[in-house]
Design a protein around this ligand. Sequence first.
Ligand code: NAD
Ligand code: UDP
Ligand code: UDP
Length: 343
Amino acid sequence: SSAFTHPMRHKYYEPGGKIPLGLKRKGLRIVVTGGAGFVGSHLVDRLISRGDSVIVVDNFFTGRKENVMHHFKNPRFEMIRHDVVEPLLLEVDQIYHLACPASPVHYKHNPVKTIKTNVVGTLNMLGLAKRVGARFLLTSTSEVYGDPLQHPQVETYWGNVNPIGVRSCYDEGKRTAETLAMDYHRGAGVEVRIARIFNTYGPRMCIDDGRVVSNFVAQALRKEPMTVYGDGKQTRSFQYVSDLVEGLMRLMEGEHVGPFNLGNPGEFTMLELAQVVQETIDPNAKIEFRPNTEDDPHKRKPDITKAKDLLGWEPKISLRKGLPLMVSDFQQRIFGDHKEGSS
Ligand code: NAD
Ligand code: UDP
Ligand code: UDP
């Protein structure tokens, strides 16, 4: 596939191949779209500490400069304010494509923009990968399984997705992004990698993004009741962000296209999650029931056999270990020097 050529192709480095004398560089040149966001900024930290040069491409819809500010003085770090829906010319070895709002509250805010980001944005980044011969990793989602009729979910399951619902801009958008990635792989020889990420939490999540872990943690810290939607018996499986970043990097560096489920198989009902938050933050934290949102998947749990076998990866941090690491970050951001909402 690396024999694919293009007149405008400008190759600095052949991953795993011969490096022309005089062009030998220490690290790779890597684009992280959505790199100012929650997951992206943790990935950037790891890539920079490994010695790579990183270009963050972000339109700051949900991302924040604060997440990557500690790299601003590093000459191996660059940041571009750019919307991936517009074409972009760069010369790089690898593209981690994360740009897309992930919280239901954010992606439903402007659904047409969300689907444009997933479809046109992914198309542009694949076009870029094709032109420069870069390897491309798509961060897809467990939502491609919809409200799953198979449990736990295996990569071979095709899913149960509503094409015309309020979540479709996200889940159908990601399904199309996967299709685009596979078609660029088969048709143009682009080296692609596909990760299907399950619910992930950790420091730097937007405090008010409406996701369940950030909501419960912020509510318990502010002495507000935790809002459980529906009967609270629906399940999710929560992965700590460092486990995810390790999985994404192994996938990028490995030989397998995927798709791979990347998630923690530890499954909790929302009521159980509220209990863990009580144990971690405040045993007296109260629970308040609210109506659930439309098309909410009833259960979700990854089968990670494939990632274990082919990537040698599995998560290491349980919910009870990971939650306190996030709580200290939220505590600082809610009650710390900066006024809440000032960032
Ligand atoms: P996030 O909202 O914190 O990060 C997304 C980043 O993309 C933000 O910095 C945002 O400003 C940027 N962005 C959004 N639209 C853009 C556009 N059009 N052009 C340029 N930048 C744009 O979310 P996250 O949790 O870090 O998620 C990162 C990726 O992982 C997303 O693609 C998401 O779909 C995927 N994912 C996340 C989870 C999870 O639980 N966190 C689960 C499944 C999949
Ligand atoms: N593209 C880009 N950067 C590049 C190369 C392509 O943003 O370095 C965009 C390009 O504008 C196009 C998309 O990626 O909209 C797909 O590119 P491709 O070359 O595959 O298709 P074509 O331009 O022939 O439609
Ligand atoms: N949820 C909840 N209380 C909240 C926010 C969400 O009970 O304050 C529920 C929501 O209905 C869903 C689950 O938690 O069943 C996970 O929601 P989230 O938005 O975090 O992510 P999703 O997995 O739905 O994308």
